[in-house]
Design a binder for this molecule. Structure first.
Ligand SMILES: Cc1ncc(COP(=O)(O)O)c(C=O)c1O
Length: 393
């Protein structure tokens, strides 16, 4: 009893001294979508997932305020028991229409969407093939269900092919699970090749577009849209906590069985539904996402700007330009020192250490959004430049 937590405390003490902690850093005051007061200092937020910068969008705020006033602060019930208001079903219709799917289902978070979908879609005789770098919610969704789980090497189509071949006829009971953009390194799944394998082996495909919804594709529908393989994707999963700037999760699909997920999915059944204000801001954000494609352009300009500058400075980065810019560190100690030096210069990024960092590495995860100004991006790059001058990373 409690041994596990003592081990966690020991590991934390080994890395952290008395200085500011990178884990659970408190934003003492929120100033805007891109700035806050941290450790008493005005700081650029360069680690959020606020890709379209919508957390302070006037339309989203107004929609949330109006819903608060007319529908109250919460539903106090699950989607199954008094927690489905007309606004939840309207959001589901809007998501289904946006993704061009028959139906959509809204969960309370993206984490719960993965838990709810993976555990309900598959049974004892099925197999889930997941990319090794998948998010914790995908791993946890597998654990909640009863299917056999097989990991394949990150973004390695040959490895996936071998594993599907080994399944023989069972491949038609296999669900391949990948992410559009991986949350730590910002790299994309090779979705065209994966969709081809899925078709050849008669398997199913679920794509978690958490970091690509609103970011990729001509209409912002994600990597599947960008890669032209939406027809091969059986289930889209996503979250409202990134591009939509609020909280909640969803899945959209053409399979009529999606409706039964509502009755079979414990993470849908046994938790309170999103509050009306949350749903209202998600709906407003989905409208803004479609009405203002220039936000996506601005996001990508910022992404290219930061990635290009950090590469010029000689940092070792994730494999491709993306709003998530991962800067590799040699060790957690070096990462912590760099993280603190950046904070002193008014730049907050995420310090990622094992097991969250892939391959046992350590990285500073920066992310940019449409709301960052060119001056802010230049300031972030300048802070990294002074790091590289002090110590060649
Ligand atoms: C790939 C992926 N899926 C799901 C989630 C969970 O989303 P939420 O924050 O809505 O729970 C995240 C969150 O970071 C994620 O990166």
């Amino acid at each position: 009893m409690l041994d596990n937590l003592r081990l966690v405390a020991d590991a934390r003490r080994a890395l952290l001294d008395e200085g500011v902690s990178p884990f659970g850093t408190v934003v003492e005051k929120v100033i805007s979508a891109t700035e806050g007061i941290l450790d008493g200092r005005r700081t650029i937020l360069a680690g959020t997932n606020n890709y379209l910068g919508l957390t302070f969008d006037p339309a989203c705020i107004e929609a949330a305020c109006a819903a608060l006033r007319t529908q109250g602060t919460g539903t106090t019930g699950s989607r199954m028991a008094n927690g489905t208001f007309e606004t939840h079903t309207a959001l589901e219709r809007e998501l289904a229409a946006f993704f061009g799917r028959r139906d959509a289902i809204v969960f309370s978070t993206g984490y719960l969407a993965n838990l709810g979908m993976l555990s309900a879609l598959t049974g004892r005789d099925d197999v889930i093939l997941i990319d090794a770098d998948c998010h914790a919610s995908i791993y946890d969704g597998c654990r909640l269900g009863s299917a056999e789980v097989i990991r394949f090497r990150h973004n390695n189509v040959e490895d996936l092919d071998i594993r599907l071949k080994r399944l023989g006829e069972r491949s038609t009971r296999a669900l391949i699970v990948v992410e559009g953009v991986y949350s730590m390194l910002g790299d994309r799944a090779p979705l065209l090749a994966i969709a081809d394998l899925k078709q050849r082996y008669g398997a199913y495909l679920l794509v978690d577009e958490a970091h690509s919804f609103g970011v990729l594709g001509a209409h912002g529908r994600g990597l599947a849209e960008e890669a032209g393989v939406e027809a091969e994707v059986d289930f889209v999963v996503g979250t409202f906590s990134k591009s939509l700037g609020t909280i909640g999760g969803f899945s959209a699909s053409n399979h009529p069985e999606l409706e039964s997920v509502r009755y079979a999915s414990r993470p849908y059944l046994f938790t309170a539904s999103p509050s009306p204000a949350i749903v209202a801001s998600a709906r407003a954000a989905l409208t803004v996402l479609q009405a203002r494609p220039e936000l996506r352009k601005r996001l990508w300009d910022n992404a290219h700007h930061l990635y290009g500058r950090l590469r010029e400075l000689g940092f070792s980065l994730g494999p491709e330009p993306n709003p998530i810019v991962a800067v590799m560190m040699k060790s957690p100690e070096e990462g912590l020192a760099a993280w603190r030096a950046l904070l002193k210069q008014g730049v907050y990024v995420n310090l990622i250490v094992p097991p969250a960092a892939p391959n046992g590495g350590c990285l500073l995860r920066c992310s940019v959004g449409a709301a960052h100004t060119s001056e802010q991006i230049a300031h972030i790059a300048g802070a990294f430049a002074s790091l590289s001058a002090a110590s060649p990373y």
